[in-house]
Design a binder for this molecule. Structure first.
Ligand code: TPP
Length: 372
């Protein structure tokens, strides 16, 4: 909610195992999280010792390693600041994600002299990965040549240092745009380029797709919803994601906002207005809304989910944070609710964990200044 890493502290053994689903959810959602876990005494003594059957003793690091960017046991008290700094650096650098720090009993209780503490001021850089200019030029050339370009922006936009980039890009290149995941709400519903209903049809009809901060996975039919002859420009924070599931014509490794601004600048005054194509998608979207109008106004019982969402939507404004927790219902709500602003939409994410709602609601109630 704040744009800063979440922090949780849990007891050894069952505390750590109870946190596993949440950590896995954060990993798939690319959310920064620092999990601090207890651990019994590693050294022989009155509190036991490693592998001697102490209460709550288990190998946490091995359990957490596949679902974190980094899982480690802090070896000595004087290095706690050093490891905590590294935990935050790893959680927030590149693709954000969860980190696990185990703190064994003697590390927590042993203490050390202040002058022995190891720490490094300035241990994190706020710099964001910016795109390779050659790739930007290639993408701009494709965009200039395209007759039916389409923009799909996903969750990585949440972490951009340039929150104004999406609107700025669309000023220069007003192309039909669909938002998913944590990018929902970043354009007002009434924005002339913003559509919600006909993504699959638009993907099939476009001759160029700009996929920004969202991989071609399940929601995009693993790339198959994009027509076979369609050109694809993919922007991702993680270069290893580019080309997954579908051939890519240009790959750009970068912060989503930085890439959009660089593309806008590369387009220059040769604006990419495609009025006829924009009108076509707008008409299809309006027709899709009209097709569901009867359900959105239906009095049937049990209540139609579209009707429920239409009623809830009357209470959604720029201050509302909507939390979707469920299966099909989340998809219905995503179609119908006019959320507005960064962080105004939260859903279970790619791991699809039911039950995230109460935790998300707690976070939403503590919402601090939004940094993105
Ligand atoms: C913790 C967890 N348990 C089980 C599932 C599997 N699952 C996915 S959707 C679903 C049904 C959800 O029903 P509901 O919350 O009523 O939402 P609906 O799909 O009916 O809108 C289940 C059990 C899951 N994703 N997460």
């Amino acid at each position: 909610m704040t744009g800063q890493p979440g922090v949780a502290a849990v007891t050894a053994g069952p505390g750590v195992t109870d946190a596993v689903t949440a950590v896995a959810n954060a990993q798939r959602a690319q959310s920064p999280l620092v999990l601090l876990g207890g651990q019994g005494a590693r050294l022989l003594g009155p509190f036991g010792g490693q592998d001697r059957g102490a209460l709550q003793d288990m190998d946490h690091v091995q359990l957490l390693r596949p679902i974190t960017k980094w899982a480690v046991s802090v070896p000595e008290a004087r290095r706690i600041p050093d490891y905590v700094q590294s935990a935050f650096r790893v959680a927030t650098t590149g693709v954000p994600g969860p980190v696990f720090l185990e703190l064994p009993l003697e590390v927590l209780m042993g203490g050390c002299r202040d002058r022995d503490l190891v720490e490094y001021p300035g241990s994190r850089s706020a710099a964001r990965p910016c795109p390779d200019p050659r790739a930007v030029e290639q993408a701009a050339a494709l965009l200039r040549a395209a007759e039916r370009p389409l923009l799909v922006v996903g969750s990585q936009l949440r972490w951009t240092a340039w929150p104004e980039a999406l609107a700025a890009f669309l000023e220069a290149a007003p192309v039909p745009t669909f938002l998913n995941g944590m990018a929902r709400g970043w354009l007002p519903r009434a924005h002339r380029c913003h559509f919600q209903r006909v993504r699959s049809k638009a993907l099939a009809e476009a001759d160029l797709v700009l996929l920004v901060g969202t991989p071609p996975r399940l929601r995009l039919g693993y790339g198959e919803k994009i027509g076979p002859a369609t050109k694809l420009v993919q922007v991702d924070l993680d270069g290893a994601e580019i080309g997954r599931n579908r051939t890519v014509d240009v790959g750009i490794v970068a912060d989503a906002g930085a890439a959009l601004l660089a593309l806008r600048d590369a387009l220059g005054p040769a604006a990419c207005e495609r009025a006829e194509w924009l009108r076509q998608v707008a008409e299809q979207d309006a027709a899709a809304v009209a097709r569901t109008r009867a359900q959105a106004e239906s009095d049937e019982e049990p209540v139609n989910p579209l009707r429920l969402c239409a009623e809830v939507n009357r209470f959604v404004d720029a201050k509302t944070i909507v939390i979707g927790d469920g299966g099909d219902f989340v998809a219905t709500a995503a179609y119908l609710l006019d959320v507005e602003g960064p962080g105004s939409w939260m859903d279970p994410g790619p791991l699809g964990t039911l039950g995230v709602g109460p935790g998300y609601a707690l976070a939403a109630s503590w919402r601090g200044p939004t940094t993105a």
